[in-house]
Write a protein that binds this ligand. Structure first.
Ligand code: EPU
Length: 336
């Protein structure tokens, strides 16, 4: 384990917040980590940091930060149709998607260009353009922080839901994910029905894994800011889910309100970006923080913002959306 003290996290969080970790540890294999944990180092507060693309630091981090830098992509089994691939936690997620597409394996192409590392993908069940990583997870491997013992959770044991897994629930702050095993397909079933995906794919020359990936990269680049342009963490809030009856009430006042009917029609998911835009926040500046001008769901660091300023903006938006629509927004980003 490499150990650094008072380590700057500025380059380790995509908001670009200038905070420090009291103790910062890097490890490159799970054995090294297990031994270290078995020695009792896990007492106190531990934060496992991947790409730092879903974190909002409001102050320096007083506990231990662990950075998994495990690398490797390996095929562990295959038949005529499916391939099981193990992606080490420290691989950049988009490198994994690129590898899959280049090897003709389908399942994660719609998740192209999502920032962060492979280990974080199952934790918050990343999703985009009609696909969630839960759709292809075979299992998740890791070690328990308490004593360094290894675990493996099958997809069913992960309790996946929209932007949720057991690793954000009962196992929060209790494990380090070291790898994720995905079941990818040699005969991909394409998912093109979200937004402008189909249109952009045909513009690029028709159906292929590579064209889907490129179409999604184009769409994301058009709407979402690059962290080196404006620090950000992608969607700041989750899309709220409301009762169908409340949605019908909202439709009376705002006939154009978008919504996706869920399950058996009892609930409707409403795009938070629409609510925020309608409440007048799109493109607004708030001190050194702001709301992205092309996607209201993305809060940005306009340069030198503190985490507290961004948190203040988030709170103002939540209050305004609640008083306008009676809908509570919950952050997707983790506050620290
Ligand atoms: N909308 C607006 N104004 C905005 C933004 C959105 O009116 O400023 C409305 C539009 O009606 C649009 C609808 O919201 O049709 C949906 O917008 P979009 O397709 O951009 O998706 P989203 O609901 O805003 C979700 C994910 C994104 C993911 C996209 C595409 C969440 C919280 N966010 O955003 O994920 O890339 O769908 O699938 O579920 C992320 O989690 O960091 C992320 C970027």
């Amino acid at each position: 384990m490499q150990h650094y003290t008072n380590y700057s996290l500025k380059k380790r969080n995509t908001f670009g917040l200038d905070v420090k970790a009291k103790d910062f540890f890097v490890f490159e294999n799970s054995k090294e980590l297990s031994t270290w944990l078995a020695q009792g180092h896990s007492k106190g507060q531990i934060l496992v940091i991947g790409g730092g693309s879903n974190l909002l630091f409001t102050r320096d981090y007083e506990g231990i930060v662990l950075s998994p830098e495990l690398k490797g992509i390996e095929i562990i089994a295959e038949d005529e149709k499916k391939v099981l691939v193990r992606f080490a936690a420290g691989e950049e997620w988009d490198t994994c998607v690129q590898w899959a597409v280049e090897n003709g394996l389908g399942g994660i192409e719609n998740l192209s260009y999502i920032p962060g590392n492979a280990g974080a993908a199952p934790v918050q069940n990343i999703g985009a353009y009609g696909v969630e990583v839960a759709d292809v997870v075979e299992s998740v491997e890791g070690v328990m922080l308490e004593d360094g013992s290894p675990f493996r959770k099958s997809r069913g044991e992960c309790d996946f839901e929209y932007r949720y897994s057991i690793f954000k629930g009962p196992l929060k702050n209790k494990v380090v994910v070291t790898g994720v095993i995905l079941k990818l397909s040699k005969e991909p079933a394409f998912s093109l029905d979200y937004g402008a995906v189909r249109e952009q794919v045909s513009r690029l020359g028709g159906l292929s894994l590579g064209n889907i990936r490129n179409a999604i990269v184009d769409i994301r680049k058009e709407k979402l800011p690059e962290p080196d342009e404006f620090g950000n963490a992608g969607s700041f809030f989750k899309n709220p889910v409301v009762e169908a009856s409340s949605y019908q009430q909202l439709q009376k006042k705002w006939p154009e309100i978008p919504g996706y009917v869920l399950q058996n029609g009892e609930k409707v998911k409403v795009p938070a970006g629409w609510l925020i835009e309608k409440a007048g926040w799109k493109g607004r500046e708030f001190g050194n923080a702001g709301v992205h001008k092309k996607q209201a769901l993305v809060l940005i660091n306009r340069g030198h913002a503190t985490g507290s300023e961004i948190a203040g903006l988030a709170k103002a938006i939540q209050e305004d959306v609640f008083s306008t629509f009676g809908i509570q927004l919950y952050p997707e980003v983790n506050f620290l």
